[in-house]
Design a protein around this ligand. Structure first.
Ligand SMILES: [Zn+2]
Length: 116
């Protein structure tokens, strides 16, 4: 089964003056992945926070690194993260997706604590 999440995003590309000077907004905050200033497309992925989602140099983005960590053996974190997004935006998901997420959470809850 494939579940597509529509994640919150915003463009943190800094404004420039008419002379081309880049005006970094000191209130824009930092990327929760790498700790550098937010810039370009930023995407929020629970539980990581706001992450760089594009890289001009073709390097692996902070978002991709976070997704790769979710796909690691820790299925509890992965399903919990998906469930948080589905719960926040239920109208964006089909009944089948919501049912699948609830079923997986129930399986996780039913497992002995030592297996989690
Ligand atoms: Zn980053």
């Amino acid at each position: 089964m494939q579940i597509t999440l529509s994640l919150p995003e915003f463009d943190a590309t800094p404004a420039t003056t008419w002379t081309g000077e880049v005006l970094h907004d000191p209130d824009a905050g930092l990327c929760d992945g790498c700790g550098y200033e937010r810039n370009g497309l930023m995407v929020k992925l629970v539980p990581f926070g706001w992450l760089h989602a594009e890289d001009e140099d073709g390097a692996v983005t902070c978002l991709q690194k976070a997704v790769d960590r979710l796909a690691a053996p820790d299925m509890t974190t992965a399903w919990t993260s998906i469930a948080q997004h589905v719960a926040k935006y239920p109208h964006r998901h089909t009944t089948a997706t919501i049912r699948a997420v609830i079923t997986e959470l129930a399986k996780l809850a039913a497992r002995p604590a030592a297996d989690r």
